[in-house]
Design a protein around this ligand. Sequence first.
Ligand code: ADP
Ligand code: MG
Length: 297
Amino acid sequence: MTPELLEAGAEALHKHQHPNNAGESGGRAASYGRVVEPDQLDVTHGSILYLDDISVSFDGFKALNKLCLNIAVGEMRCIIGPNGAGKTTMMDVITGKTRPDAGTAYFGSTIDLLARRENEIAQIGIGRKFQKPTVFEQLSVFENLELALKADRRARASVFFRLKSEQLDRIGEMLKLIHLKDQAQRTAGLLSHGQKQWLEIGMLLMQDPKLLLLDEPVAGMTDEETERTAELFLSLEGAHSLVVVEHDMKFINELTTRGANADRKRVTVLHEGSVLAEGKLADVQSNEKVVEVYLGR
Ligand code: ADP
Ligand code: MG
């Protein structure tokens, strides 16, 4: 048995014996004075992601220049901006792929992302969708989701106490959510581009990330696929926090003018590695600087 699996087993046993401490947040566990475990997300101050003064240089070129970003728990934040603005680099910093030269990055109020490795950051609840779909092409849709479930530490922990049928149910629900129920046994490599994107999003969701970073998720999708992706993201809002980078303004419009918090949703415009504008979609769209560097192209 691997150390990780041993640890998962011990964790499951602990939760079984102390059911009142099992929750990650909420209830008594969220009150003041509790002890926060090193990997436990603490969002009692309302913020799930906090970037401050982040700078990244590549051979003297500033890809990020004192970037600041604050995402609230359950928020859906859309990020737009011209090519080269630093959007992907920002995701690289959040996920530990690139170390900034300066700045601060926190997940919740206690987890210092700059002190964590890439695999640790994924495990503590930050999921990332890269631009290109990356699924296991040789495996079926179902097997892809199954693998993603097995990669989840908490799911492994639960193997000891929960029925396998419960996991099957979870995969079934996910297939429905990502519109691939009829394709479950299909080889993933045969799916359309849009379906592969959904499958990868489903795989991310199997690991129940608290924060999801999505880099140009609808690029190359048909209008209908884009529409369905908007529905999917809107259904995740609240339970997950989402940071969505996109150029498709119709899609951004869908995401920001619908859903429960539509009147409070904000869009961030990046330009030359920092925030050029931030606010309601209508306001940033009519912002002169934004029109000049991005929308007026
Ligand atoms: P965006 O995603 O907004 O289009 P990126 O974050 O990919 O922008 O890139 C920002 C800038 O940083 C670009 O000018 C890009 O060429 C540069 N850049 C990104 N990654 C690297 C790297 N690994 N080495 C050198 N330059 C890079
Ligand atoms: Mg990019």
